[in-house]
Design a binder for this molecule. Structure first.
Ligand SMILES: *Cc1c(COP(=O)(O)O)cnc(C)c1O
Length: 390
């Protein structure tokens, strides 16, 4: 039976991994650094890659393979490789595919450490990046150079929850023969599948909604098998592999991803609707609110609106700081996509080192608050936000 024809929920639960002699129902944990060979010929053939088998857990392990197989099925990808963190996935993907002299065109608002890679580290190897405004995707082609190799974006973006039209990005990438890479972390494989719209590779920080319970870090890159082959060879030699234990945890997490995401999104929509009607809130951004500037695009490419709500508190930086201090139930944390709701105020925390002008270039206004809506009783979350806004 091919899992490709099964529903996404089934793909997240049932895998083809062979059982051991104990016929366990749930996939066991293979905590082993290496695997043994039958004889010299088996060892030779294994190293010559004449057979697919596990050799060493830096290359592959039954638990990491099972996790990757599920993500591939859910994303409609040919192949993948799992990493210790989301940033290991981002870094290794670029490092495996780029040469000195290559150029990246990236959305202006990307995850902070990804931005740091582009601005601080890649220039050391003569890899340069140009940024397009996420709200002006029609300008992307102006940034493409003869040496551009990768088009990179996240959607929804962090922390402003802007939406990029993936179909448009897919068309531009195809026309200019670029590798389109989408960091799909905020949407998860349940809500959005960028490969459908022309992405060549999809990256996830599994630390966020895929684990969803704030326990382990992990990352994964899936997509075109020829590109994954390069990423695999780079990674098996440089060592950013996901640990078998974390792979086992993340694979278990996937089994409940669909039901968790349904509830996260139901709660987030209620929080967004509450905020829209609060007098101390200037504006709210949530992909599935009609007021979102890219509502139509969001509806086209996303099954649900996600769990992140951004809003603009009246009164700027000071009001944002006061709001954080009054929060009682929600957590103040840099993480997101947890069962526990989390609030952040980027202008006074994560992005406080930037000038106001630099912040505005990445859509961070002084009063911007980001809520990662969790799985608590939603009225309790709303009550907490309400009292903090008063
Ligand atoms: C958190 C995050 C990352 C990095 O993932 P880690 O697992 O923390 O290394 C990358 N991209 C996005 C969009 C993220 O939110």
């Amino acid at each position: 039976m091919s899992n490709q024809n099964l529903g996404l929920e089934t793909q997240a639960i049932r895998t083809q991994l062979e059982r051991t002699q104990y016929l366990e129902h749930s996939v066991p944990l293979y905590l082993t650094s290496s695997f043994i060979f039958e004889d010299a010929e088996d060892m030779r053939a294994s190293f010559a890659e004449e057979k697919e088998r596990n050799i060493y857990s830096r290359f592959s392990n039954p638990n990491t393979s099972e996790f990757v197989e599920k993500i591939c099925l859910m994303e409609g990808a040919e192949d993948g490789y799992a990493f210790a963190t989301g940033m290991a996935a981002v870094y290794s993907t670029f490092a495996a595919l780029l040469n000195s002299g290559d150029h990246i065109v990236s959305a202006s608002s990307v995850f902070g450490s990804t931005h740091t890679l582009f601005t601080k580290y890649f220039p050391k190897w003569n890899i340069t990046t140009s940024y397009f405004d996420v709200n002006k995707p029609e300008t992307i082609e102006n940034f493409i150079q003869p040496n551009t190799k990768i088009l990179y974006a996240e959607s929804p973006t962090n922390p402003a929850v802007d939406i990029l039209d993936l179909e448009l990005l897919g068309k531009i990438a195809k026309k200019h023969n670029l590798i389109l890479i989408i960091d799909n972390c905020f949407a998860t494989p349940y809500i959005q599948n960028p490969i459908q719209f022309g992405a060549d590779l999809v990256i996830h920080s599994a630390t966020k909604l895929i684990d969803g319970q704030g326990r382990v870090l992990g990352g994964v890159t899936v997509g075109r098998s020829d590109l994954i082959r390069e990423i695999y060879l780079f990674s098996r030699n440089t060592g950013p592999a996901l640990s078998p234990f974390n792979a086992w945890v993340l694979s278990k997490s996937l089994e409940t991803l669909p039901v968790r995401i349904e509830k996260h999104c139901e709660n987030a929509l209620k929080v967004a609707e509450f905020l829209e009607n609060n007098p101390n809130v200037a504006s709210v951004k949530y992909p599935f609110l009609k007021s979102h500037p890219q509502y139509e695009v969001a509806k086209k490419q996303m099954k649900l609106g996600g769990n992140i709500v951004a809003f603009e508190i009246k009164g700027g930086i000071e009001a944002g700081r006061k709001f954080l201090d009054k929060i009682k139930l929600c957590s103040l944390s840099a993480n997101l996509g947890d069962t526990r709701s989390i609030v952040t105020h980027p202008a006074s925390t994560t992005h406080s080192k930037l000038t106001e002008e630099e912040r505005l270039a990445v859509s961070i206004t002084d009063g911007l608050v980001r809520v990662s809506v969790g799985l608590e009783t939603v009225q309790d979350v709303i009550n907490d936000l309400k009292q903090a806004l008063e």
